[in-house]
Design a protein around this ligand. Structure first.
Ligand code: GLA
Length: 378
């Protein structure tokens, strides 16, 4: 089965945009192995938009730009596979890709065969220049069917930015993940807006198909195509922790050949990645919203297989440090019921111990405390 747990990998767009070539992809595949990403679970190396020539060939086939990919896509796919990784590419459901390259509208079966012949294992499928007369749902169904018809296992990553509420229908169309928001930028405001807009839309995420809240910006620090003002390490901790807790696909968007040590350790944090790949893939829910006092953050929780909970206390305020309260009653453990939670800080590994009724933590500006909680008899 494809996507038994939410997909993980790297995508060229956030940092490199159109500035891509085969050396970059080879070096990224090398870094996935030598710097520990592959062993941590990152699997797909995906080339986004701008890989093709501006015109199809005379027989109507897509052609890789020989200036960027002189040895062709098949050789590049072989190289990526030789590193124990999977190879991804990009097309679009409309008349042109977002950057103006040939797109698959009306060519779905032919292009799916082309991708399969390259050795592609993952196709991201965008939605730019989609004709007004067209039917978006049908277009995604068509490419899903065309990919299946190739006989090759190809993960179908739909990207229509949330049009027509894809969480309601992309699973039925055959996608394995579906972008539910516009494009992320490397800013605190951008990813926080994405989190807020999608926190309630994960109820249809489950093995085989997941809500995709866009590629990560962890480690970009403002560099690259979607760089903008960048984020600091506390903000990257929040971004990555929330993507893991939500069970969203983890497609890294930084230059993994040279990420800071702090970012690499975060992206490979075993405790967070275990939460990410929890087999029951339950959606998150928000607590703390019933409090009578003003609540400066967001507290998300999720039930894990085996009975533990994971809790994220996210300081969304602009105050340096705020106390965030986690009321256990809202997690299903009423006060004075003779039960508490045995808490561990997932990122630091610190064992906090057994706590009853509520836990109050000081969380610095834009940071996120991630706790793993085991229900315990007092
Ligand atoms: C859209 C997508 C991005 C990226 C670009 C490429 O904006 O949402 O993720 O693929 O197109 O042009």
């Amino acid at each position: 089965m494809i996507a038994q747990t939410p997909p993980m990998g790297w995508n060229s767009w956030n940092t490199f945009g159109s500035d891509i070539d085969e050396a970059l992809i080879r070096e990224t595949a090398d870094a996935m192995g030598s710097l520990g990403y592959r062993d941590a679970g990152y699997e797909y190396v995906v080339i986004d938009d701008c890989w093709a020539l501006r015109e199809r060939d005379k027989d109507g086939y897509l052609v890789a730009d020989p200036a960027k990919f002189p040895h062709g896509m098949k050789a590049l796919a072989d190289y990526v596979h030789s590193k124990g990784l999977k190879f991804g590419m990009y097309s679009c459901a409309g008349l042109m890709t977002c950057a103006g390259y040939p797109s698959s509208y009306g060519y779905e079966y032919r292009d799916a065969e082309t991708f399969a012949s390259f050795g592609v294992d993952y196709l991201k499928y965008d939605f730019c220049f989609f004709p007004e007369s067209g039917n978006g749902r049908q277009a995604y169904r068509t490419m899903a069917m065309a990919l299946r018809a190739t006989g090759r296992e190809i993960l179908f990553s739909a990207c229509n930015w949330g049009r027509e509420e894809p969480w309601r229908w992309m699973r039925s169309a055959g996608a394995h993940m579906y972008r539910s928001t516009g494009d992320i930028h490397d800013t605190y405001a951008s990813f926080t807006e994405i989190v807020k807009s999608q926190a309630d839309n994960f109820c249809m995420s489950a093995p085989g198909c997941y809500n995709d809240i866009d590629m990560l910006t962890v480690g970009m620090y403002g560099k690259g195509l979607v760089g903008r003002e960048g984020c600091n390490d506390a903000e990257y901790r929040s971004q990555f922790s929330l993507w893991c807790l939500f069970g969203a696909p983890l497609m890294m968007g930084g230059d993994i050949r040279s990420l800071s040590e702090e970012s690499r350790i975060l992206l490979q944090c075993p405790g967070l990645l275990a939460i990410h790949r929890d087999e029951e893939c339950r959606p998150p829910y928000q607590i703390g919203t019933n409090s009578s006092f003003w609540y400066p953050g967001a507290v998300y929780a999720k039930l894990l297989s085996g009975g533990d909970l994971v809790i994220a206390a996210y300081n969304q305020s602009d105050k340096d440090t705020v106390p965030l309260t986690i009321p256990f009653a809202e997690l299903g453990i009423p006060n004075n019921i003779g039960r508490g939670l045995d808490l561990t800080n997932v990122l630091t590994g610190e064992h906090i111990g057994v706590v009853r009724d509520y836990y109050r933590a000081n969380v610095q500006k834009h940071d996120c405390l991630i706790l793993r909680a085991t229900p315990t008899r007092l």
